[in-house]
Design a binder for this molecule. Structure first.
Ligand code: ZN
Length: 102
């Protein structure tokens, strides 16, 4: 699995401005960033509801893996990258030694 092989999903514009028809990027602001038209709360409320799940932080801590796991996985990735780099260097050296005119 290569890092960055799968592209990050693009954020789909959920709301369109009724006045200019452009996607509403700044859902926090009450007005459209392009034309300044007022955006109905129905469009803005959906985004805020998605951003904040109604779970208490204790439940989130139980659901989420431990923070240490994330750091160890990062260290594992660093070790993998380091090992790959060392292996590549060794491979280059061996290939150069195998060539008659090195
Ligand atoms: Zn607009």
């Amino acid at each position: 699995m290569r890092p960055g092989a799968e592209a990050a999903p693009r954020p789909v514009p959920r709301a369109l401005c009724a006045a200019c028809g452009r996607p509403v990027a700044q859902l926090r602001s009450p007005n459209c960033v392009y034309c300044g038209a007022a955006i109905p709360e129905a469009l803005r409320g959906g985004a805020t509801a998605v951003a904040k799940p109604g779970l208490p932080p204790e439940m989130l801590q139980m659901l989420e893996p431990r923070p240490r796991d994330a750091s160890t996985s990062t260290q594992r990735w660093m070790l993998r990258i380091l090992a790959a780099a060392v292996a590549g260097l060794i491979l280059m050296v061996i290939l150069r030694m195998m060539q008659p005119h090195g």
